[in-house]
Design a protein around this ligand. Structure first.
Ligand code: 5GP
Length: 116
């Protein structure tokens, strides 16, 4: 059984977060340490620690993460100029929180993909 992270508490509204979207499958909230003018995390409500742990039964939630990303990008006004979606996996990917999350970043030119 995977260990819960702070993101489970955000989903259950047990700790404060700037939640911008929630439904039966996913929750989206602003990153506490934004790296761009728009920096939103989109996560499945189900605890999935890493991309390596995604199962076929999770495909609906994974698809919902993309349709919510598209909707939020439009709402943030960044859809036309463009944005970046990132999912980090494990140590080499730079993952810090072990509850998978899609970073939606935009609002400025983001530069080359890999930094550092
Ligand atoms: P990772 O490096 O795992 O892909 O990204 C984790 C992200 O979660 C980081 O960008 C970090 O700023 C964000 N984060 C970590 N803890 C919290 C929190 O308690 N609230 C919010 N809103 N974001 C968090």
């Amino acid at each position: 059984m995977a260990e819960e992270t702070i993101f489970s508490k955000i989903i259950r509204k047990e700790i404060p977060a700037d939640v911008v979207y929630q439904d039966d499958l996913v929750t989206a909230f602003r990153d506490i340490n934004p790296r761009a003018p728009s920096h939103i995390l989109i996560i499945p409500n189900k605890l999935i620690p890493t991309v390596n742990d995604i199962e076929v039964e999770d495909e609906a939630a994974m698809g919902r993460m993309f349709t919510v990303a598209r909707k939020l990008a439009a709402e943030e006004g960044i859809a036309e100029d463009g944005y970046r979606l990132i999912m980090n996996c494990n140590v080499h990917g730079g993952q810090e929180v072990y509850h998978i999350h899609m970073h939606l970043l935009g609002g400025r030119p983001l530069g080359p993909l890999l930094l550092g």
